[in-house]
Design a protein around this ligand. Structure first.
Ligand code: ASP
Ligand code: MG
Length: 404
């Protein structure tokens, strides 16, 4: 919601659903740029603001949104009531700025819905056991919305956002990327964690755990487009059972530029080595993604793993200072210019040959694969960042993703 004009449009859209006989709960985010503005103010005051006070501050963005939206609905003749998270209450743990929702009380909300009101609840925030306001992390209103939908056993959760759905890959890289009509929760998790950041990942986990059908759709369309049109727009994130028998084997190509590769060379091949290397990295709070250990030769092996770019320098320091001499490694090398490209699809479970098709496509483009990792519904390769876009385009074509 970028302006009061946009808020009025949201009110029209909500009224349209309500007029069609639906009970509606709306979970707005702050007005565009508002959370950044508030956090910017905090930074002007202090380099390390107290997390409790940051939550107190950041949560006000959503509080303004819900009140304005309630007024906008009332102005067009709808009964509406707004609540901050603590008034519902939406209970969370006490991890300020990254709290997790524990429970949502539905009593008050149900009473309002039954009385014919539209209920508007702040996204992004809740309250802990001591009554402190907490927030759920950036993008957290997606998670609030899915959690509220689950708690109230809604029939569907609609997430209106600035994109019109989930695509087979990033349309900025592949111009004929196609919008997916449906995607499963598992695929969405793989795509989200790989860089298609349409929704906060935790909201997708929530949707999966509570089996809440969730549709991602555009907030930029005319608010009065017919409901029949709107209910089939965007992308439905759903369950595997109800999806598409004759769907393509591969659903999308995900990629992540935020990768670096570190290799510990000449490590004695004995029990505990992986733990000594990765334990030290984990103790420094660095997340590791792909991992390989080579076959040992003469009792020595090489150990390679990837970490996010922002953690590369720190990881190298930890290894050089705390690990290298300790485990008797020969040397440590790294490459900060690598990217990960993945093919994702639940169809992989029932089809063979996906990996070989992927590797053939990359070899035809002369792209060298540095590391490979797989899950049941995903195959990822690490390659030189120079070839990332080429790889994504070639794979998108090879798996026929541009056509429905
Ligand atoms: N307003 C919060 C943020 O910008 C939550 C959200 O938009 O989902 O992170
Ligand atoms: Mg958001």
């Amino acid at each position: 919601m970028g302006s009061t004009e946009r808020i009025k449009n949201v009110a029209k859209r909500v009224a349209k659903w309500h007029d069609a006989g639906h009970q509606i709960i709306v979970v707005p985010s702050a007005m565009s740029g508002e959370t950044n503005r508030l956090l910017g103010l905090a930074k002007e005051i202090s380099d390390q603001p107290d997390p409790r006070e940051l939550d107190m501050l950041a949560s006000t963005g959503e509080q303004a949104s819900v009140a304005l939206l309630a007024m906008a609905l009332q102005a067009i003749g709808k009964q509406a009531v707004s609540y901050a998270g603590w008034q519902v209450p939406i209970k969370t743990d006490s991890a300020h700025t990254k709290a997790r929702i524990r429970s949502i009380d539905d009593v008050k909300v149900r009473q309002d819905l039954d009385a014919g009101k539209v209920v508007i609840i702040t996204g992004f925030q809740g309250v802990d056991d001591l009554g402190n306001i907490t927030t759920l992390g950036r993008g957290g209103s997606d998670t609030s919305a899915v959690a509220v939908a689950a708690a109230l056993q809604a029939s569907e959760c609609l997430i209106y956002t600035d994109v019109d759905g989930v695509y087979t890959t990033d349309p900025r890289v592949v111009s004929d990327a196609r919008r997916l009509k449906t995607v499963t929760f598992e695929e969405m998790l793989e795509m989200a964690s790989l860089g298609s950041k349409v929704l906060q990942i935790r909201s997708v986990e929530f949707a999966g755990n509570y089996k809440m059908p969730t549709r991602v759709l555009s907030s930029l369309t005319d608010p009065l487009i017919p409901l029949e049109e709107e209910t089939v727009s965007g992308t439905l994130i759903s369950f595997e059972e109800d999806t598409k028998m004759e769907q393509a084997t591969i659903t999308g190509i995900a990629f992540n530029r935020d990768e670096t590769k570190i290799t510990v060379l000449g490590v004695p091949d004995r029990p505990g080595i992986a733990y000594q290397i990765l334990g030290a990295v984990a103790d420094a709070n660095i997340e590791v993604d792909m991992i390989i250990q080579n076959q040992s030769v003469d009792g020595k092996t090489d150990f390679t793993f990837t970490v996010p770019r922002g953690e590369y320098a720190k990881a190298m320091d930890v290894l050089n200072e705390k690990v290298k001499a300790h485990i008797g490694a020969a040397s440590i090398t790294g490459d900060a210019k690598v990217s990960k490209v993945s093919v994702v699809g639940v169809g992989m479970r029932s089809h063979v040959g996906i990996a070989s098709q992927m590797f053939r496509t990359l070899s035809e483009e002369g792209i060298n694969i540095q590391m490979i990792s797989t899950s049941e519904i995903k195959i990822s390769v690490l390659i030189d960042e120079k070839y990332m876009e080429l790889a994504v385009r070639a794979l998108h074509k090879a798996f026929g993703l541009e056509t429905a």
